[in-house]
Design a binder for this molecule. Sequence first.
Ligand code: ZN
Length: 575
Amino acid sequence: MLTRREFMRGTAGAAALLPLAGLPLIGCSRESGADVTVLRGGVVLPVDERFSEHSALLIRGNRIAQVGSDEAVLAAAGSGARIVDLDGRTVLPGFIEPHMHFLLLAGLGHVEDIGPFVRPTFEQCLAALREIRDVASATGPEAWVMGRQFDPILLEPARELTTRELDEIAPDRPVFVLNASGHIAYVNSRALELAGIPRDAPNPDGGEFGRHPDGSLNGVLYGPSAHLPVLLKNPEIQARMRGEFVAAGIEVGEAAAALGITTLCDQATGVLSGAAELGRYREMYAEGRMKTRLRAYLYDFHGEPWRDADVRFGDGDALLRVAGLKFVTDGSNQGFTGRQRERYWTRDSLGLYYIEPPVLRERVQRYAAEGWPLSMHGNGDAAIDSILDALEHARDQGIDVRALRCRIEHCSILHDDQIARIQELGVGPSFLINHVHYWGHVMRDQVFGPEKVLLLDRCASVERQAIPWVMHTDAPVSPLGSLHKIRVAVVRDLWKEPGTVLAPNERVSVEAAIRSITRNAAWQCHSENEIGSLEAGKLADLVVLESDPRKVEPTAISEIRVSETWMDGRPVFQA
Ligand SMILES: [Zn+2]
C-alpha cells in the first residue's frame, strides 16, 4: 500500500526529466540562454481578471514572467532569449478538464467506440461488433469482443443489447459492451459463464441483473458491482490495469495534450482498487513522461482506505496532487435515475438517491470538519437540494464551508433558489455541458419536458451571479475536448436537430466559456496560485491555437486546430 511518506516524496524531480529534447520548436532560434523564452507576434489572452489582450509573453524557466507588447517583452527578456514567432496564432492558458475518469480512459481507451456519435443506428452497432469479433477470431481463442460508449437512448431505434443479439454474434467467446455512462454493461452467455454467474443468480449488492420475462439473466448488468466482476476476467484489461497501466496512462496524457489540455481532474481515484491506484499514478509521474498535470479526487469508500493510508488533501506536488474527496449522491437523468423533486416527464418515478440525505449530511459534516474539499455528483434537482442542505448543516455547525470550495458535479438542473444557495455557500457548479448538445432532445422530449429542460446547465445564470462555474466532459462519458465545450456553451444547439437552440438565455460569451475551463477551473481545484491564467509567477502551461475563438463563427470553434501545447514552459505537443 502507498504510504503517506512515499506519496509526499512527490514527483518534483519528474518535471525536470521531461524528455522534450526531441521536439523541434516551431520558429525558434536555438540560441544560448534557453532558460528564457519569448512568444511574440500573436494574440496572447492571459485570462486575467479583466480578460486583457497582448501580443507577447515572456517565460523564465517554467514560469510566466510577463505579458505585454512585443517591444516591452523583448526588452524585458534581454539578449540570449529564445524567440518563438506566433505568426498571428492565439495563446491561452492550458485548458483544465475538471471532471474525467483517468483509469477508465487508460484501461479501456483501446476498446473500440461503438457509440452513437460514430454508429448512429442499432444495426450499425451490431455490424461494428461483428467486425470486432472477426478481429478477435484472428487474434486467438482467448480474445474478447469488446465495445464501449453504447448508448441505447441515442440510437435509432432506441434498443438495448441482450444475450440474444450478443450470443448470435459470438457464441463461443466472451462479449462485453460498456454503456457510455460506465454504469451499465451488456454481455453474452459466454462472458457470464466465465465470470461464474449462473442464469438464476440473485442480484449483487448495490447492483442489478437485467432479466428475461422468465426471470433468467438477459446479459444487461446494472452498476459496477454487477459488471466489474465480468470485465476484470478479461486478461487484456487485467494487464492494462496493472503492469501496463503506466504506459496506458502516459498515452492518455498525450491524447489530452494534443487537445490543449494541461491539467486533468480525475473524479473517482481509487474506485477500482483503493489507495493502490494513487500509487500507480505516482509511478506514472515518476517515469517523467506525463504531458499533463493531474488533480485527484479520491472516491469515498465506506471502509475509508484514505484515512488508513493517511492520505490528505493537498498531498503531492504541482504535477500530481490530491484535490478532494468525491461522492455520488444520485444517478443519471437520461438514465431516469437522477433524483428529482417531481416525477420524470415520461416515467412514473422520482429517480434514486445513491446516498440518502441523512447519511449525506453526516458524511459531509465529518469530512468538511477534517478540511476536505468535497466534489459531489448531483444530477437531479432533489439530489442537488440534498447536497446544499448538507453543506448548510455543516456551516451551521461552525465549519467554514466557503473555504472548502465544494463542487457539485453535473449540477444539471438548477432552480433560482438553488443558485442563490450555491452563491451563499461558496460552491462551484461543474456542468457536463455536452448534455445540452448530445442529449438535449432526449432531455426535452423524454426526461424533463419542454419547461423543466430550460433549467439544464444554466451557465449564463450562474455567470451573472459571478459564481465560478466550470464545464467538464466526464470523459469517457463524452469525448475529451475543450474547444467543443466552449462551442456548446456559446451556441447550445442540438446534435440531432441542427439549428435548434436549447434555452438560448443560458448561452454565454466566448470569454466566459474560456474563463470557465481555465481560471475558474483552477479555482475549483484549489490550484489558482499555479495554473489557470498566464500571470507572472504562475506555471507556464499554455495552448497555442491556429485561430482566436472570439473571431470565428461560434459553431466553428470546435474546429480550431490546436497548434502547440506547453507545460512547465516547454512544448509537450506540436501539430
Ligand atoms: Zn464522472
